[in-house]
Design a protein around this ligand. Structure first.
Ligand SMILES: Cc1cc2nc3c(=O)[nH]c(=O)nc-3n(C[C@H](O)[C@H](O)[C@H](O)COP(=O)(O)OP(=O)(O)OC[C@H]3O[C@@H](n4cnc5c(N)ncnc54)[C@H](O)[C@@H]3O)c2cc1C
Length: 421
């Protein structure tokens, strides 16, 4: 197909926004549709009535080495909206022993930090880190615990928290190979790549609102709420898009980027295989404002909470692969998680501040070896229809970086610039 002059992008999550930005930048006319009343999908901020302040739908951490997310932030001029430590600093607390340490990978590619007890995980020696090399040679069907010794201290204090957060899947079912990619692109890429970036205000302010503003300035037509119900196909191409109440006929030179979640895409596109197993994420938010010199976040091992983030008006907790917690009442989880948060930030355990618990049952697809095989490529059998979304075959887990990469790839494919074809 020659470069389209008009592209209909369906879904205004990060994948759809990234595709729209890249297409609009190349001078293509873009119409962006979104079923929800807001853009951002699974990565957005909103006013929580119970807490009386804005919260993010989930705590999201970016790192400076997320090259596509950084390109996206540069395109929308939002790099300055992120904050965080100037160097790679990851404070941890072991709730079982009370020990604290700060992981500090050095800048530069030679990882001499593993030789320094002050920079590495407490209770580990330098050779323990070499175990990560085994992930690179892991067979496609291996899980994390096949490649790394789950009884070792480094596993409990580093590999497990990193794998569960990145894959949103338990270590005994998550893909070892995919975790290997994460380790290579984070710790393996040097301290500079590991510098953490957290949105100063919120996810929408850093990643969604400036993207919409730029798209509007470029003439993109943003239609929402506008839910795609059906796609008509003829002669090897998509020919109609049926939205509730309106239908679009696709003329020659028009194309579609389908950037909706996997279950929606599989209903709209015939014979499409997609990941169909999901994992939950639970977030808890406590209305507390702390001084600016308190850590931006703390990693916890041996507790119920996994990562605690200091936001402007809240302390917010994330638990990944949290299916075991989905059915537990929020009233039961709130005090348990608060005990971890209070310990992480040296706060009095009583009284518990106002709280909110947000459970996302199908937060991301499960990054198991079997599910990875179900990820489709960008291109489809229809010449003018491409796919985007964190569930497509990006080579990354379901993350901001993966979603943005998938959107850029979809645009590149339509523009004839796809390096992966
Ligand atoms: C609680 C939580 C915490 C997370 N934490 C992290 C983290 O720390 N780091 C990280 O990198 N990633 C994290 N993620 C993952 C990250 O948020 C996602 O990978 C990313 O936002 C997915 O973007 P997407 O565009 O692929 O999909 P989505 O955000 O799901 O976007 C799809 C869009 O399509 C729209 N849509 C659906 N059906 C239709 C239709 N029929 N017509 C039109 N529009 C439709 C939806 O409303 C949605 O806006 C987290 C996710 C969750 C839920």
């Amino acid at each position: 197909m020659t470069q389209p002059h008009r592209v209909h992008v369906v879904g205004a999550g990060l994948a759809g926004l990234a595709a729209s930005l890249a297409l609009a930048d190349a001078g293509v006319g873009v119409v962006l549709y979104e079923a929800a009343p807001f853009a951002g999908g699974r990565c957005r901020s909103y006013l929580d009535a119970k807490l009386g302040c804005r919260i993010d739908n989930g705590n999201h951490l970016l790192i400076a080495g997320n090259r596509d997310a950084m390109r996206y932030a540069d395109m929308i001029g939002s790099r300055d909206s992120f904050t965080g430590p100037r160097t790679a600093l990851y404070p941890f607390l072991d709730r079982a022993t009370g020990e604290r340490w700060t992981l500090r990978p050095n800048t530069g590619k030679i990882p001499w930090w593993i030789l320094s007890p002050k920079r590495r995980v407490a209770g580990t020696g330098p050779f323990a880190y070499l175990s990560a090399r085994d992930l690179a040679d892991a067979p496609a069907d291996a899980v994390v615990t096949d490649s790394l010794n789950p009884k070792s201290t480094i596993f409990r204090r580093l590999w497990q928290p990193l794998a569960v957060a990145a894959l949103n899947t338990e270590v005994d079912t998550g893909s070892a190979r995919l975790f290997g990619t994460i380790v290579r692109e984070t710790l393996g890429a040097g301290g500079e790549a590991c510098i953490p970036l957290v949105p100063r205000e919120g996810l929408s302010e850093s990643l969604v609102d400036p993207a919409l503003a730029r798209l509007r300035a470029q003439g993109t037509n943003f239609r929402n709420p506008s839910r795609l119900r059906d796609i008509g196909f003829e002669d090897g191409r998509a020919v109609t898009l049926d939205f509730e109440g309106t239908a679009e006929t696709l003329k020659q030179g028009e194309a579609v980027v389908l950037a909706v979640p996997a279950p929606v895409a599989s209903r709209l596109v015939p014979d499409l295989t997609v990941p169909d197993e999901f994992r939950a994420i639970v977030n808890a938010h406590y209305r507390v404002s702390l001084r600016g010199d308190a850590p931006y976040f703390v990693g916890l091992v041996g507790g119920l909470a996994e990562w605690v983030f200091r936001k402007t008006e809240t302390l917010s907790v994330t638990i990944s692969a949290a299916d075991r917690l989905i059915d537990r009442p929020a009233e039961e989880l709130a005090p348990l998680l608060w005990a971890d948060v209070a310990a992480a930030y040296d706060l009095p355990p009583e009284p518990m501040p106002p709280w909110q618990i947000v459970k996302e049952k199908r937060a991301t697809f499960a990054a198991t070896p079997a599910q990875l095989k179900r990820r489709p490529p960008t291109a489809t059998p229809w010449s003018n229809l491409v796919l985007a979304g964190d569930w497509t075959d990006t080579g990354l887990p379901a993350t901001i970086e993966g979603a943005i990469r998938s959107g850029f790839r979809a645009a590149a494919h339509l523009l004839g610039r796809d390096q992966t074809r």
